[in-house]
Write a protein that binds this ligand. Structure first.
Ligand code: ACM
Ligand code: ZN
Length: 516
């Protein structure tokens, strides 16, 4: 199998001799509900072949040659499991359901010459697929990438392209960070000022000189129709979008739109500086909860995801300490301090979400002052939050800065790289990511749902830079989350990537070149 490079690497792969050759007469046979048309479309683009899709009729399909078959496989019970059997006369994809078939399709694409990833017909390519058998399923159920569209935003078409690239690597969760101090990016019909006012900042800090601003207004937002279109696009590709609406902090853009929601009640501007803002939603004002429920009500109607991210990170407590309404809430609810007030705040939102059949996920600060009863913790300040959550019987998703922050520099020598946030995370360091730390008791390890790479965009002004920061580091994360390839050396990873990166070139994805 040394001539075959796949990301993520399948659990088991048995190489056989020979190849299947896709030619102009090949046919696709697809069982009801399987994504046969999607597979054919992927293959038509670069080959120019017709590739008609027929229903999977047992009589015909059993003897079909020069064919690709999508066959239900009752023995594959895990939702994302699949099998792939390539023989000279036919290719058979097996899965228990649609998600498994989608993964089988991506594996098949990666097995073909990289030109198959082009979006226009390619001449003179022998479309060979090596004969083999693969049996595969993921180690973790949460395999995510996060994208902050608050600091900078990116066009709908790019979000779709990013989702396509995620699907190629069998990610299944896109964590869409939609609200920030520097910009509110989701249309909320009941509160139009969130986007009229909150989506625009007066200017932006210059990356190379934080003491200077560019003087250019910046902003924009996604309409609900656009968000729905993106959700449907992702769903079709097996990816769930987890929306993040931040509370109680990182909410200055919302306060600029509706100042009555803050403790001070006036003089808020959408933030033009990176960092953490002291102004957060007032916890003593009932109108804040009405507002948030209204916002979440519209968000839930757009995003079918079971998990809803509520942020929860980096909420300074100084305004609450000085606010009579917040102090009155602390007294009325018998809380010890502002940390317990934050915990109380989150519990209000959690019970509201739970009543609507959704689950709350938040950054690890939601542990402070006591975790909401059903909350899932996203561990970012190292792995400790995830360890504490899991040991306490809560689910957790691991996104520690030490392995998963894709906004950090990719090389120790920052002068070689475009401006980034002042931290380093090399590919080599990413490859050390241990999703389930040893400090978690063996009977609690199942609480680690998986992990994700995070892309904060203070220093990422455009789509090409998103890709440059994401890849290839996100590919390593995809590999780790799929199969925990512990035994593989960094050098082996680099060699596999060297063989694989032409795929990104064919897909027009910008990425950081490997170090020589
Ligand atoms: C975070 O990076 N503030 C979650
Ligand atoms: Zn207050």
């Amino acid at each position: 199998m040394s001539d075959i490079t796949l990301f993520p690497q399948p659990q088991t792969i048995h190489r056989a001799s020979g190849n299947f050759t896709l030619d102009a007469h090949a046919r696709v046979f697809s069982s009801d509900g399987a994504p046969g048309e999607m597979l054919a479309n992927y293959l038509r683009r670069a080959t120019g072949f017709d590739l008609p899709v027929h229903p999977l009729d047992d009589d015909i399909a059993a003897d079909a040659t020069n064919a690709i078959l999508l066959v239900p496989s009752a023995d594959l019970v895990a939702a994302e499991a699949y099998k792939l059997d390539v023989r000279p006369e036919r290719v058979t994809l097996g899965a228990g359901g649609r998600k498994g078939f989608l993964h089988a399709i991506q594996t098949l694409r990666q097995l073909m010459p990289p030109q198959i990833l082009a979006d226009a017909p390619q001449d003179d390519v022998a479309w060979l697929i090596p004969c083999l058998r693969i049996s595969d399923e993921p180690a973790f159920g949460w395999r995510g990438l996060h994208l902050d569209v608050g600091r900078h935003m990116f066009p709908v078409d790019f979000i779709k392209k990013f989702i396509d690239t995620m699907a190629f690597y069998k990610f299944n969760t896109f964590h869409w960070h939609l609200t920030e101090d520097q910009g509110w990016r989701l249309e909320i019909k009941k509160y139009p000022r969130l986007t009229e006012v909150g989506a625009y900042r007066a200017q932006t800090q210059i990356p190379t000189d934080p003491n200077q601003w560019d003087g250019e207004p910046y902003g924009g937002y996604y309409t609900q129709d656009q968000a729905r279109e993106i959700v449907a696009y992702a769903q079709e590709r097996g990816i769930t979008i987890v929306p993040e609406i931040e509370l109680p902090g990182h909410s200055l853009a919302a306060l600029a739109a509706y100042p009555e929601l803050g403790c001070a009640g006036s003089d808020y501007q959408v933030r033009t500086t990176w960092g953490i803002d002291p102004n957060i939603y007032c916890a003593g004002n009932d109108a804040v909860f009405t507002f948030l429920q209204d916002v979440f009500e519209e968000a839930l109607a757009i995003f079918p995801s079971e998990y809803i991210h509520i942020g929860g990170d980096e909420a300074p407590k100084e305004r609450w300490a000085a606010c009579p309404k917040c102090q009155a809430r602390i007294k009325a609810e018998g809380l010890a301090d502002e940390h317990e007030l934050q915990s109380w705040f989150i519990r209000q939102i959690e019970s509201w979400l739970n009543e609507r059949g959704r689950r709350l996920v938040g950054w690890d600060e939601i542990l402070e002052g006591g975790l909401a009863p059903n909350a899932t913790v996203m561990s970012w300040r190292g792995s400790d939050g995830g360890i504490a959550a899991a040991n306490a019987g809560h689910d957790a998703v691991m996104t520690p800065t030490t392995y998963c922050y894709l906004d950090y520099y990719q090389h120790e020598d920052w002068t070689r790289e475009p401006p980034a946030i002042a931290r380093t995370l090399t590919l080599d360091q990413v490859w050390q990511f241990e999703v389930v730390p040893e400090q978690i008791a063996p009977d609690k390890r199942h609480h680690i749902l998986g992990g994700q790479g995070n892309i904060w965009t203070e220093y990422i002004p455009d789509s090409r830079q998103v890709e440059y920061m994401a890849f290839p580091r996100a590919i390593a994360i995809a590999d780790i989350l799929w199969n925990q390839p512990k035994e593989q050396s960094y050098q082996a990873l680099v060699e596999r990537l060297r063989a694989h990166l032409p795929c990104l070139d064919m897909m027009g994805v910008n990425y950081r070149r490997l170090d020589e």
